[in-house]
Design a protein around this ligand. Structure first.
Ligand code: ADP
Ligand code: MG
Length: 297
């Protein structure tokens, strides 16, 4: 379950669910060439040259305290622009609005005021059904507690969202097998979640987040339930995704996780108190000393 704070709880099935026939699923072709080979590109390059994938403008979310008419501003007129290929950490104390922001970015909830544009489409005022469809086609979720379906095998867990996207069975199996291979689970295809370690379950979750070729991948404390060594392995996998052009957003309390990101946004009481870019990791192909923060602007 993603939603801790707001509104109806969505099951993972709903989160990754129903859509139109496979052929009509947008393939985000402008990115797919970069992504098809896992040959890593420099993660330094992407954000600098890329276009906006998601943007929120004057975004506010007001809740009513349960059982009262007292209003709580969970987000207060936030502005953020996420570039294609950007890897962003969202930090902030409990109650600062991180989950609320993730829920809106993940099309699980709508803003009270302001706009949210995803892949060039204003999604802040669409119907709930349309929002659900946009979510299933354009968003990948990675959860702290994995949210895998316990009765299903690794392959089946990967195939379920593809079923809802209308992908034919043979294609589902092929894609699920390939995604499992990419996250290092080829030897575990027929295992159920209880037969997997936490790190392996999180790998399934990462593969599942990729099935719809999402515009943006949202991860909520993805290493929070893992020991530090396993967490490092998961973060290395994130680095690989970013290197192939994926746009990732990670909620974390861990400065070590944030340090690996391109950009760190801190929330306090529903407002952005800082939005900083980490210095790029030196890349041999680019040489050292290439610009710092502004290189990613
Ligand atoms: P974080 O994820 O950073 O801990 P949240 O986004 O969950 O913060 O919550 C931000 C604020 O909004 C908190 O004050 C929280 O109590 C409030 N809030 C979140 N969801 C609801 C809700 N459904 N109803 C009322 N208040 C909520
Ligand atoms: Mg939260």
């Amino acid at each position: 379950m993603l939603r801790k704070g707001g509104g109806a709880v969505k099951t993972e099935l709903e989160v990754q669910s129903p859509g139109l026939p496979y052929d009509s699923v947008p393939r985000h072709s402008e990115l797919s060439n970069q992504r098809s080979a896992l040959s890593p590109q420099s993660s330094v390059l992407s954000p600098q040259h890329s276009s906006t994938v998601a943007a929120v403008t004057n975004l506010s979310k007001i809740y009513c305290k349960p059982g009262t008419t007292v209003e709580v501003a969970a987000l207060r007129s936030i502005n953020i622009d996420f570039k294609e290929g950007e890897y962003t950490a969202i930090m902030g104390a409990s109650g600062s609005g991180k989950s609320t922001l993730m829920n809106i970015l993940g099309c699980l909830d709508k803003p009270t005021h302001g706009s949210y544009t995803l892949g060039g489409q204003d999604v802040s005022a669409v119907t709930d059904d349309d929002l659900s469809e946009i979510r299933s086609r354009k968003i990948g979720f990675i959860f702290q507690n994995f949210n895998l379906i316990q009765q299903l095998t690794v392959l089946e867990n990967l195939e379920v969202p593809m079923f809802y996207l209308g992908i034919p069975p043979a294609k589902r199996r092929e894609r699920a097998t390939e995604l499992a291979r990419r996250v290092g689970l080829t030897e575990r295809l027929d295992h159920r979640p209880t037969q997997l370690s936490g790190g392996q379950q999180q790998r399934v979750c990462i593969a599942r987040a990729m099935v719809n070729d999402p515009l943006i991948i949202l991860a909520d404390e993805p290493t929070g339930a893992l020991d530090s060594k396993t967490g490092q392995q998961i973060l290395a996998l994130f680095d690989e995704l970013v290197a192939t052009g994926r746009t990732m957003l990670v909620v974390t309390h861990d400065p070590g996780v944030a340090a690996r990101c391109h950009r760190v946004i801190r929330l306090h009481d529903g407002e952005i108190v800082s939005d900083e870019r980490n210095a790029p990791t030196p890349s041999p192909s680019l040489g050292e000393g290439r610009g710092e923060g502004e290189a990613r602007k």
